[in-house]
Design a binder for this molecule. Sequence first.
Ligand code: ZN
Length: 345
Amino acid sequence: MRLNLSSTRFLSLYSGKITDIHAHIYPKNYLKELEKRTAYPVFRANPNGTSFIQFSDSSRSFPVTDSFYDLDYRIKEMGKFKITTELLSAINPWTDSFPSPELAVRFSRLINDEISTIVSQYKNERRFQGLATLPLLSPVDAAKELERAIDELGLVGAIIGTNVNGTYLSDERFLGIFEVAQRKRCLLFIHPSIPIGTDKLRDYGLVRSLGYVFDSTVNLVKMAYAGVFDKFPELKLISAHLSGALPYLQGRIDVAWKMFPESKGNLSEPPSNKIRKVLHADTISYSKGALRLASDLIGVERLMFGTDFPFEWGTENARKSVEEAFSDDELRLIYSENFDRVIKF
Ligand SMILES: [Zn+2]
């Protein structure tokens, strides 16, 4: 299927169910609580449309518009692009920038309770599913919160950053979270946090276009070398943005493992073999070639449609690129069936 058509024609071509697994939200109560704070992170609501959130005195402020928290607006946008279900997750850096683990726990619970309420509120029409935010400043509490989110809140997993204030998920402090995730058979959506090396990428918006995807790539490879996927071979990971640059760099990563002693680590097989056993990826890439490559290397049955709503990458761009890259049968898998299958088993 090759499309380069006007949006009206384009949007009429696929009429099946579409689940957006990469859709963000700032829950309203969370923003209200952030508004009361006098130290970072803070939210400042301004009536003239310049509301913003800021995480630290060295970070820039991020504009927050209705699209981040208003459910009516969100549902209208979903209708416009024929998205039937969204998998809701909070926005990076989640609760990692709070000054204490206790606050991270408190605010994570607040976010999770509200996402759970939203999922329940629209349960009959199956409009939303939800992912928990974990208080990663305290991995023990994060593991407990993941259990609570699955057992008590009806969420289907958690969103988890590629690094926590500079420490990749390969660090052994996070193993308890993976143990819970495997035992509960829930999803872990690995999403870029503030990328390591951000200071060198501030110009031209390179954090967004390059930093995020390379942080995803480095993190996955480090997790493989650390043996996380040997310890927990039944994890259900979804890596954001087509798993970063992994499909493109897989050959180089594996040949390095084969040829150079320092790249061998403790692995008995190439890093990408380990990663592929647990990996799913969303389709946010906007490139037909990259999507086909990921489909060859990760498997079309492991790709799931995403948009990064409400960030302005464009739901139409996201849909167009997958519909240019995949057949109708493949689209059905990517648009809904892969996600439905993975959350069930
Ligand atoms: Zn995102």
